[in-house]
Design a protein around this ligand. Structure first.
Ligand code: BDR
Ligand code: CA
Length: 312
């Protein structure tokens, strides 16, 4: 299996990504989960991650609390989307699992330093604050990371927090700039593809029909985040973002894209947090990312539904 560490700010879609990964032990070994402030503050995101690990019966996976606020900017939350707890709709009991005492950034540097070259895949579902700080603190960890698979950015689809910036990039653009510039192969699941993964009524009904605790929780969470996104996108089913990263790791054949160069704008009056995707290779800058532009939504939801059934 691919050895992964998931950096996350749950968030309903983060929670679905965690469950999809935890339901797939043949392909993925989740070695740790690190949390960051993003959709909501760090206390909430850490508690929510603990609750999801417990729901999946995987309290044994270590959980590390990371940074609450971005590198240089004030925090920006998305509780208007995810609810007061960050995980409204999940209806989970308060977890008994606690985060480890070690800070997520210290965990990442110490753990990665002890690994052989290319051993670990990082999956990022949130602002990149923890990863950027770890790379600044210990640049020598970069070669230990096989690749970074991230839900971040947008190009053709436009933004979801400014006209052209995606939330995870916009909240901490300085961190994203550091990570994209670190020379580590990136795999990017942007809004271009996540907006294709509509949680339609039929797809939610199929998940609900699985009728185990994990599937009921997913149906509840997606039903909750829908109420915001449906109004906004006027579509049959809200987008589903973070689980696309795990979907790509499990079934890369479900996604199409190309190797491109991506830079992150940190300064513009209107464009801070924009991912500058050289899709047509007009700059001559060397590719640093596989940018996934399209996805097979039916295939992805079939995979998600089948895996949730395994969680019992
Ligand atoms: C991203 O922002 C967050 O609100 C979601 O969890 C996802 O990671 C989508 O732009
Ligand atoms: Ca997220």
């Amino acid at each position: 299996p691919i050895r992964i560490i998931i950096d996350t700010d749950p968030g309903q879609d983060d929670a679905v990504a965690l469950l999809l990964a935890l339901a797939s032990p043949d392909e993925l070994t989740v070695e740790a989960v690190t949390t960051v402030g993003g959709n909501t503050g760090i206390e909430n995101t850490t508690r929510n991650a603990a609750a999801i690990l417990e729901l999946a019966g995987r309290s044994d996976i270590p959980l590390y609390r990371g940074c609450d606020i971005p590198l240089v900017r004030p925090p920006l939350r998305a509780e208007h989307v995810h609810g007061e707890s960050g995980l409204d709709g999940a209806a989970l009991p308060p977890p008994s699992k606690q985060a480890e005492a070690t800070h997520a950034v210290d965990f990442l540097t110490d753990y990665l330093r002890a690994q052989p070259q290319g051993a670990i895949t990082l999956v990022t579902l949130a602002p990149m604050t923890n990863i950027a700080l770890a790379l600044r603190k210990a640049p020598d960890i970069a070669p230990r990371i096989a690749r970074i698979v991230s839900m971040i950015g947008a190009c053709f689809e436009g933004g979801n927090i400014t006209p052209n910036a995606e939330f995870n990039a916009f909240v901490d653009p300085e961190a994203a700039k550091i990570v994209f510039g670190a020379g580590i192969p990136m795999v990017v699941l942007p809004l271009d593809v996540t907006h294709q993964m509509a949680a339609t009524a039929a797809r939610l009904a199929a998940i609900r029909a699985v009728d185990n605790a994990a599937a009921r929780c997913v149906a509840g969470m997606l039903g909750f985040s829908e109420r915001f996104d449906l109004k906004k996108f006027e579509s049959d089913g809200a987008p589903l973002h973070d689980p696309c990263t795990i979907g790509w790791l499990l079934r890369p054949d479900l996604f199409q894209g190309r190797e491109v160069n991506i830079c992150v704008e940190t300064q513009g009056e209107f464009c801070a947090g924009t991912t500058i995707v050289d899709y047509w290779r007009v700059t001559g800058r060397a590719p640093n990312a596989l940018y996934l532009r399209d996805g097979n939504a039916d295939g992805f939801y079939a995979l998600l539904t089948e895996r949730l059934a395994r969680l019992g």
